[in-house]
Design a protein around this ligand. Structure first.
Ligand SMILES: O=C(O)CCC(=O)C(=O)O
Ligand SMILES: [Fe+2]
Length: 269
């Protein structure tokens, strides 16, 4: 019997976490290997990095398969549905593939980031017309209850990965827009960025990442003094046709409780 999950008040700032349940291993012979993803520096301040082939085809297929019937309307901090975020979300159950993706995200951040700093991985699905208004992933101390962001509750969100898990052939729209970030310089005029960035957007709109399945955007949310970096403002632009599923991988400043993360029995490597 699958436990029925209540829709989680999972937020504009997604402060309230739903601990993942453990699902049986997808394949007991599974060995965690990491794809040879590529790293492209978009901005050094704030740090924004574009990653190609961060999720393999089989990982994407697995993520879609295990979350097929699990999406609930995305909500905001007070638990209500919001016109600001019209997508559907779900947290991933814990399994070996989920664990392997977590390991990749941790190693990318310097090999010694503890797993306990990771929030449960969250999938977000957009159908035509759905979007997520401009927001920051870091919690604003003036609007977020301190119980969500105190050091004992994990602190703030240090970094974000937004990975594209599913983008259909007919998907249009659905880019991830950072309005305050300058388009990366390309003095050689190779136009290579246009494969990943929307070069048709007017330059005042900042940088818009195209949703390309398997790829990911990584950025640091906090300034060196630990406060939120306002330049990380971003939006999930409306999907205009087809659909899009993304995954958030959020790393906190401090460990989350087992209550928030769920029990994790997998060996670390
Ligand atoms: O859908 C996107 O492109 C971005 C989503 C996002 O920023 C979020 O879920 O926090
Ligand atoms: Fe976000």
């Amino acid at each position: 019997e699958e436990p029925v999950e209540e829709p989680q008040p999972d937020t504009q700032t997604q402060a309230v976490l739903s601990p993942p349940t453990t699902s049986p291993s997808p394949d007991s012979d599974f060995i965690c290997t990491h794809p040879p993803y590529n790293v492209h520096l978009v901005s050094t301040s704030p740090l924004i990095i574009y990653l190609t082939n961060f999720l393999t085809l089989s990982e994407r297929a697995h993520l879609k398969d295990i979350t097929k019937d699990k999406f609930h309307p995305s909500a905001v901090a007070d638990g209500t549905k919001s016109a600001r975020r019209t997508s559907q979300s779900t947290y991933l159950p814990r399994d070996l593939i989920q664990h392997c993706i977590e390991t990749r995200a941790l190693h990318f951040q310097g090999l010694s980031t503890p797993r306990s700093h990771l929030e449960p991985l969250q999938l977000v699905k957009y159908s035509p017309g759905e979007h997520y208004d401009q927001h920051t992933d870091w919690f604003n101390p003036s609007t977020t209850p301190p119980t969500y962001t105190s050091a004992s509750a994990g602190g703030n969100r240090l970094s974000s990965f937004f990975t594209y898990v599913h983008v259909s052939n007919d998907t249009t729209g659905g880019g991830t827009n950072f309005p305050l970030i300058d388009f990366p310089r390309d003095d050689t005029n190779t136009g290579r960025w246009c494969e990943f960035l929307d070069c048709d957007e007017p330059w005042e709109r900042g940088v818009t990442f195209r949703p390309v399945e398997g790829n990911a955007v990584f950025w640091m949310n906090l300034l060196p003094d630990g406060t939120g970096d306002p330049r990380t403002l971003h939006a999930g632009l409306p999907v205009t046709s087809g659909d899009k599923i993304g995954m958030n991988i959020w790393t906190r400043q401090a460990p989350l409780s087992e209550e928030a993360r769920g029990v994790d029995d997998y060996p670390d490597l």
